[in-house]
Design a binder for this molecule. Structure first.
Ligand SMILES: [Zn+2]
Length: 256
């Protein structure tokens, strides 16, 4: 039965080719995207795994202008972020969670020296001088819950661009409500009422433990104040010591 054999061979070969084509077109890993966001891809990224979430304000203009810049370049070069949160709380996703977006630049947090390789970047549409909108904060809280759950990022590992690049970056601005975010369980925050730090407590060493690069102490203190005191002064006081004492005890406590 030569004709039937030929037909059978053709079917087998076709199935094999179809399987190969299936393999070739299948993604390397499943896309990691938020169901809360509108997929609006930027071509500017590399592969990596996230351990931290970095928050920014755009100070670009409006969301449309921000989306355009985050898919092309700014005056410094090509830039992107994983997410943009618009004024009305709409969330755009520009880069897959599994890929490395280009939002942090020269940066350090703890032992991490290239935050683009280890973080999710979230831009918030804001001019740097105005309060963040309630819909933006609501959307951010929902997105942080989604990201920390899906990607296994610790809920405390949420920082600002200004925290990881002291002296170079100051976003999100001093108006960003870190305390509100903490009440939702995101970011490292101190317990109240504050307990005075013991005599001889080393505030700078505690800042280093939290993650700050203290090689330029003045810049690090301003970044710490912006985040924890909603001010941008450059000298440490007893309240700072008490806050850092609380943060240090939380970081040193055995995990439960
Ligand atoms: Zn930034």
């Amino acid at each position: 039965m030569p004709r039937a054999t030929t037909w059978l061979r053709l079917v087998v070969a076709a199935s094999f080719l179809a399987a190969l084509a299936g393999c070739a077109s299948a993604p390397r890993v499943a896309p990691q995207r938020s169901a809360l966001a509108h997929w609006s891809p930027s071509p500017n990224f590399n592969a990596r795994k996230a351990q931290v979430i970095v928050l920014h304000h755009t100070s670009i203009g409006d969301a449309e202008a921000s989306l355009r810049v985050l898919k092309t370049r700014n005056s410094q070069g090509e830039v992107s972020a994983h997410y943009l949160i618009e004024m009305d709380g709409r969330i755009d996703q520009l880069v897959d969670d599994g890929e490395r977006a280009w939002h942090a630049g020269a940066s350090r947090w703890g032992d991490m020296t290239d935050l683009n390789s280890s973080s999710i970047g979230i831009e918030i549409d804001n001019d740097g001088h105005s309060p963040f909108t309630q819909p933006q904060i609501d959307a951010l809280v929902r997105l942080l819950a989604d990201l920390t759950t899906r990607l296994g990022i610790p809920r405390t590992a949420v920082v600002g661009h200004g925290d990881i690049a002291p002296g170079r970056k100051d976003d999100p601005s001093v108006l960003f409500p870190w305390g509100t975010l903490a009440r939702y369980g995101f970011g490292l925050w101190f317990d109240t009422p504050l307990t005075p730090a013991p005599p001889g407590f080393d505030s700078l060493a505690a800042m280093r433990l939290v993650g700050y690069d203290v090689s330029n102490p003045r810049a690090a203190i301003i970044a710490f104040h912006r985040h924890y005191r909603a001010m941008e002064t450059d000298t440490l006081d007893e309240t700072d010591a008490a806050i850092l004492y609380s943060l240090q005890r939380k970081l040193m406590a055995p995990s439960q």
